[in-house]
Design a protein around this ligand. Sequence first.
Ligand code: PHE
Length: 344
Amino acid sequence: MKDKLQKLQQVALSEIEKTQGLEELEQIKIKYLGRKGELNTTKKSIKDLSNEEKPVIGGLVNKISNTIESKIEEKHNIFYKESIAKKLEKETIDITLPGVTSSRGKLHPLTSTINEITGIFAKMGFSLVESKNSPEVETEYYNFDALNFPPDHPAKDMQDTFYTKIAPFVLLRSQTSNSQIREMEQKLPPLRVISPGRVYRAESVSSRKNNLFHQVEGFMVDKDVTFSDLKGVLNEFTREFFAQQRPTRFRTSYFPFTEPSVEIDVQCIICCGKGCRTCSGSGWLEILGAGMIDPNVLKNVNIDPEQYSGFAFGMGVERLAMLKFAINDIRLFFNNDLRFLKQF
Ligand code: PHE
């Protein structure tokens, strides 16, 4: 028995010595030390031995088992170190390569322009419209009738305004002026409100026109609000927005909801008044419409025009952004081309 065990140890150790890799080593471990392995089988047969032999053989089996085990472990460590060394050699990394960075998101140029415009008016005491008072899906009443549009006004035509199939009088608003009516209906003067948002017009799309664009509406109603308040507020706005003292021009115009009405031009930012393609040779660029709120509009929202007066204005955000950043096609704002968006 003793000899058999000694022999077994010898064979096992030399087999371990000859192994080539971790897998082979694992097989050998199972063969000798596993539950059904050779040493275990011997262990089980110890009970049939004589009492003198039992401790001797038992001790020997344990000793051999330990020897084999530590030899396997030794070999295992060698293989493991070798495999790590091989891996390191194969997988050299170039630490001079630039890392993979995720680029930071930015605000869309229209969003930042809107933020800038509303920020300038906020400094002059204007507060942001309540979003429920500035819906994009609107009725004919708030978009036109309450704003003193006569029933046969051409803007009310299907050719100019998108009507929905919800009901014959439900449309996509063509101007942010609807928010004037909704705010004034609900609140008492003094009021100073700024209202940015999307508007829709049934127009053929070109480099200057899109079916969807953005406006910022603003209005102020109080006792003794005069045209010079309008002038002061809007001059201050253009001065801040274009970041320099740029000449402005107030031209008489017409809107159904303001009287008198004006359009405001700034001196062309490209040619500084000399006349170029951008300003069609005039030296001026139109940036917004404005005027004193028509007494009929105040009556429509139950504000007494004998006691109160106000001014209102509306500006196209795309137009302002195009002037400020020298962009020549309005469609660039809506194509979501990263080459364009990344410039802001
Ligand atoms: N709503 C007008 C437009 O879309 C602009 C405007 C607003 C004019 C307020 C006067 C007062 O053209």
